[in-house]
Design a protein around this ligand. Structure first.
Ligand code: GAL
Length: 661
């Protein structure tokens, strides 16, 4: 458990560096991330490297006792490189090249950029790979940020054709898998296939899905190239990448498989503003963020990180990039930091040391104001640093790995497939996954977020948000896990090739769940459908509402299904067969929590209903309590002397940590 900071020596006069390093150390910071945007200073002219300034910056940080996270600077190719190789620029869906003048202006498929990246990564890894102060690495910066995963360049299309050839082997097989006979879209050879863009009406969905899969694999390939170079020149130093919050444009599991540390960048206020949340939800948490948002990301990245995951960038104050940028409530920077550790983070690193007075992010806070005084976030970071000692003294393994009783299956292809083939405009996979997660957290449960190919043994409850493609292998693992299994609507509704399964949804799941989905409908946001639980006597009472979507389900006539809730028109809304629970719609939050509570009980898991603003996490011997709300929360049944941080009265934005019995 340690703190870090993002630092840009190239933004400040060298005369400030020593004092900065001294103050970082005094504040309790142990690691400093540098150089991810410094290419134009490292290689000001083609082939001529200026290492002197960076050598001195690293020496200053090292001399102060700080550990350096060295970055490859490939998120910002310099102007001279773009002018030499204009094909580096990605091509948008409109066919136009995206211009130089900000960042991430590169195409993952560009051969010239791949070669230029190999060169700069090798140069940096050779120079600093064995430097005693360089302890960790970061590849690039936020792959995919600013919509940069997919490019429609000639280079990308050429590589896409090769990718298709490797996947389908013959053009006949591709035509069959996609179903190109529809609308006379059949191809005679792979070279006839273009990017699925600029078509008259929607491009073929299977074509689009494969393009997304291909684009994702290009990110994997590009990151792997960097990791291999770093490992060759800097053996034994862990390599990280800083992923983004709830970002889904490439398969993060596959990229993380090549890394040691999956890190992510946590900006809870910007996220609340930018994500799907309804206006009333945005207005409810403007200065704290949604109580489950950072946690969800922590659990996503913990699940894919070989070493403890990190928060590589932690919001320290107002950001600049959302539509509105409120200031965090006093206490929130501390709360967010502790929440990360409570979910198993190895490091929380703040973005950035000092607010920059120039360029795009001049309105983005740092730990220090532009005139170099400690800002609120800086003071809270200092408090966290001193509290870390207290917590580690109470439990040296305070953030050790644990296995939760609950697993939530989370998948990237599901997002792409539903986005390509939504059937209802607001069928937003990350949102529904988040809502299930949030319901579990509101019951006081710790959750492991796992990929579709994870081992499910040992979990008591497995929750599967709408998952279109279910393999026979996953169906079998769910059945043999011994867990209670909750399946969201549309689960098993498509094949790998984005077709309807021959036996209708839930496809392969029908082997273990005797169900047939014979019709579906989507519902606009202001249309809901009442739901009544079995056993609710009064025919006029509703227990909640269904939103967005309805599966019309029936037993596939071998075995009867237990119908545990119905829609107002009598169709089943929630059915059960043995340990499998199928939800035929997305229910409102209260009903979802109620159903999950019941199912958790059936799984033998103790729940602790917490309401909307208090959250708890258990890790090692410690229990952490976080209060996102505006009134104090009282912890009952815990002896005063069990508290390591705080007390039984948890103030708004407060944190308490106690030794569990
Ligand atoms: C991140 C990015 C940083 C900085 C930050 C501002 O997305 O990695 O470089 O731009 O956002 O909040």
């Amino acid at each position: 458990m340690r703190l870090g900071v993002c630092y840009y020596p190239e933004h400040w006069p060298e005369s400030m560096w020593e004092d900065d390093a001294r103050r970082m150390k005094a504040l309790g910071i142990e690691q400093v991330r540098i150089a991810e945007f410094a290419w134009s200073r490292i290689e000001p002219t083609p082939g001529e490297y200026d290492w002197a300034w960076l050598d001195r910056a690293i020496d200053v940080l090292g001399a102060a006792g700080l550990q350096v996270v060295m970055c490859t600077p490939t998120a910002t190719p310099p102007k001279w490189l773009i002018d030499r190789h204009p094909d580096i620029l990605p091509i948008g869906a409109d066919g136009r090249a995206r211009a130089f003048g900000s960042r991430r202006h590169y195409d993952f498929s560009s051969p010239s950029y791949f070669a230029a990246s190999q060169k700069i990564c090798t140069a940096i890894a050779e120079r600093y790979g064995k430097h005693p102060a360089v302890v960790y690495w970061q590849t690039d910066n936020e792959f995919g940020c600013h919509h940069t995963v997919v490019s429609y360049s000639p280079a990308a299309v050429a590589r896409f054709r090769e990718w298709l050839k490797a996947r389908y082997k013959t053009i006949d097989e591709l035509n069959r898998a996609w179903g190109t006979v529809f609308w006379s879209m059949e191809y005679r050879g792979f070279d006839e296939i273009d990017a699925p863009v600029a078509t008259v009406t929607e491009a073929h969905p299977s074509h689009r899905l494969d393009y997304r899969r291909f684009a994702s694999d290009e990110v994997v390939r590009y990151n792997r190239m960097q990791v291999e170079i770093i490992r060759a020149h800097s053996p034994g130093r862990p390599v990280a990448h800083n992923f983004m919050q709830l970002f889904t444009e490439f398969d993060h599991y596959k990229v993380a498989a090549d890394l040691d540390v999956a890190a992510w960048d946590s900006y809870p206020l910007g996220a609340l503003e930018e994500q799907w949340f309804a206006p009333d939800v945005k207005a409810r948490w403007p200065r704290s963020g949604h109580p489950d948002f950072a946690s969800f990301n922590h659990d996503v990245y913990r699940g894919m990180s070989k070493l403890p995951f990190w928060v590589m960038e932690q919001q320290p104050g107002p950001v600049n990039w959302a539509l509105w940028n409120p200031a965090p409530l006093p206490g929130m920077v501390r709360l967010w930091s502790w929440e990360a550790f409570a979910h198993g983070a190895g490091c929380v690193s703040y973005f950035r040391w000092r607010q920059a007075p120039f360029a795009q992010e001049q309105m983005h806070a740092g730990l220090n104001t532009p005139d170099n005084r400690l800002d609120v976030g800086g003071s809270e970071a200092a408090q966290v640093a001193s509290e870390i000692h207290t917590v580690l003294a109470a439990d040296a393994h305070a953030n050790a790995a644990i296995r939760s009783k609950v697993a939530l299956v989370y998948d990237y292809e599901a997002k792409w497939l539903f986005e390509i083939h939504p059937q209802g405009a607001d069928f937003h996979y990350p949102r529904f996954a988040f809502e299930y997660y949030s319901a579990l957290r509101a019951l006081g449960l710790d959750v492991d977020v796992v990929p579709v190919d994870a081992s499910l043994d040992g979990y008591a409850l497995v929750v599967v948000p709408p998952l279109p493609v279910v393999s026979t292998d996953l169906a079998a693992r769910l059945a043999s896990s011994g867990a209670q299994v909750v399946l969201g609507p549309r689960t098993g509704s498509k094949t790998q090739d984005l077709q309807i399964p021959a036996n209708l949804p839930p496809g392969a799941l029908a082997d273990v769940l005797p169900l047939r989905v014979w019709r579906v409908e989507s519902m606009r946001p202001n249309v809901t459908e009442p739901v009544r639980l079995a056993g609710t006597q009064d025919a006029n009472t509703q227990d909640g509402v269904a939103r967005h979507w309805r599966d019309f389900v029936e037993s596939n006539d071998t075995d009867p299904l237990e119908v545990l809730a119905r829609f107002a028109d009598g169709h089943p809304a929630y059915v059960r067969s043995g340990a499998f629970h199928y939800l035929a719609s997305v229910f409102d939050d209260t009903l979802t929590v109620r159903l999950f509570e019941k199912i958790a009980q059936q799984a033998g898991i103790e729940t602790m209903p917490l309401g909307e603003s208090v959250r708890i996490s258990r890790r090692g011997a410690l229990t952490y309590v976080f209060n996102y709300g505006d009134t104090a929360h009282t912890i009952t049944h815990v002896a005063d002397d069990a508290f390591v941080i705080g007390s039984a009265a948890v103030e708004p934005q407060g944190v308490a940590v106690y030794r569990a019995k």
